[in-house]
Design a protein around this ligand. Structure first.
Ligand code: ZN
Length: 444
């Protein structure tokens, strides 16, 4: 072949390469990107997930909205004085994106605020349906055709709303709120869902009221094959991780520490972006206080496991109370942390313990028997075979073999689709599932 031919082939290849890069770039350019920003201070944690799109007008609306939520949050927390790290206020904003068709985008932001400055958790949902071509947010007027139809629609929504919250509002007020410019709605496969946020009608009504209306006369429609989205099905339960309650969870727990192996264990957890719960002994707290503090900062949970591992169910009420109280107070004093849970020694719970502990009781569902089994592989096997959603795995952070087993256990369970939660997070996940009637698919 001549040099000319080589040159021709080379330039052709180069052109193909450039064109495909350009194609990929433009394709990417029309896409979107979710971004999470976490900001922690001694008094609050904010975790904000937002979307950055190729449309500046959308980005600006979302940005303004998020800033307003932050302003409201800061105003609420300003007056509160905080003693413990564990009691920080939390602002979470989660984002969902959905394409109704190529030019119609649906974006929602779900905001939650809770903590010592809030008498009860505050939730709200805000959503926008965007027509990308026309560069505008669609309101009810845009998706309904004649105005007569709209007043009939208002009547239907009003009736539904009265079923949900009979004392909420008068018809007159309602017509003002649900005007043609209302845009807090989601177009669904079968019609439309409207979201009414707390305080919209009444100062003391704290719930979001979703009203779904079936209708087939809307100018836009969610495509059938589109995956159904549940609102707020992703909740942040810890500042640095997102836990999806619709997916399986498992809780790792370590008893009898801290010990010389604890520091390495919390390092392994951190490297794997996983958190666990440590049921610790009061008499070891002072010696290992720096490691415990680091553990809490990493998002791990501490629980009470008595002062010096006495058999709690064999003690007198006084002795029992001393074991629990001394442990609570040394943890509070040295770590500025208040455990919520007691794991009685030997898992032995009596009514007397339940009555007097003043703490929730946390046992386990899977025992690795790492105190008896010396073989790392067998410990790994016990912690990873037949694990079900919601299991609580018992280990001990006082053995080198447990630490070695942990390195293998985490990736195996992750591969099986498990998310790692602390005991408190596990409880929260259960609550969310109950509230939203949301359960993970059966493990196969
Ligand atoms: Zn123990």
């Amino acid at each position: 072949m001549s040099r000319k031919k080589y040159l021709f082939i080379f330039s052709a290849l180069l052109l193909i390469f450039l064109l495909s890069t350009l194609f990929l770039f433009t394709k990417k350019h029309h896409d979107y990107q979710l971004e999470t920003i976490v900001n922690e201070t001694p008094s609050y944690v904010e975790a904000i997930t937002s979307i950055i799109t190729s449309e500046d007008s959308i980005n600006n609306v979302l940005d303004t909205h998020i800033k307003a939520q932050q302003k409201f949050f800061y105003e609420q927390i300003q007056s509160t004085f905080h003693t413990y790290l564990i009691d920080r206020d939390e602002l979470n904003i989660d984002c969902q994106f959905q394409r109704l068709d190529r030019n119609i985008w649906y974006i929602s932001l779900i905001t939650s605020m809770k903590g010592p400055s809030f008498s009860s958790p505050y939730y709200r949902i805000d959503c926008w349906t965007w027509d990308i071509k026309k560069q505008q947010v669609l309101n009810l007027e845009n998706i309904f055709s004649p105005s007569t139809e709209f007043s009939a629609f208002q009547d239907r929504v009003f009736q539904e709303l009265q079923k949900e919250c009979p004392s909420c509002l008068s018809e007159e007020n309602f017509t003002k709120i649900l005007g043609p410019d209302f845009h807090t709605f989601q177009v669904t496969e079968t019609g439309i869902t409207l979201y009414f946020n707390p305080f919209l009608f009444q100062d003391d009504y704290f719930d979001i009221i979703p009203i779904s209306i079936e209708m087939d006369t809307l100018s836009i429609k969610q495509e059938k094959q589109e995956e159904k989205k549940k609102f707020s099905n992703q909740k942040k339960v810890s500042p640095s991780r997102i836990i999806d309650p619709s997916k399986p969870v498992v809780a790792l727990t370590f008893d009898d520490g801290p010990s010389q192996y604890t520091e390495e264990i919390i390092q392994i957890l951190k490297e794997n972006e996983v958190n666990a719960t440590f049921f610790i002994l009061g008499n070891k707290v002072e010696r290992y206080q720096d490691i415990l503090r680091k553990s809490v900062q990493n998002g791990n949970e501490l629980g009470n496991h008595s002062y010096n591992h006495q058999w709690l169910s064999h003690l007198s009420t006084d002795e029992l109370m001393t074991q629990i109280r001394k442990t609570q107070s040394v943890i509070q004093e040295k770590i500025q942390y208040t455990p919520r849970y007691l794991r009685p020694t030997y898992g032995s719970v009596t009514n007397r313990i339940r009555k007097n502990a003043n703490l929730e009781i946390a046992l386990w569902t899977v025992d690795t028997k790492d105190w008896r089994i010396h073989n790392v592989n067998r410990i790994v096997e016990r912690a990873t075979k037949k694990i079900k959603d919601g299991d609580i795995i018992l280990m001990h952070d006082i053995f080198e073999r447990s630490k070695d087993a942990l390195k293998e256990i985490i990736p195996i369970l992750k591969k099986q689709g498990f998310q790692f939660v602390t005991i408190s997070e596990l409880e929260e996940v259960k609550k969310i599932r109950k509230f939203e009637n949301l359960y993970p698919k059966k493990e196969t």
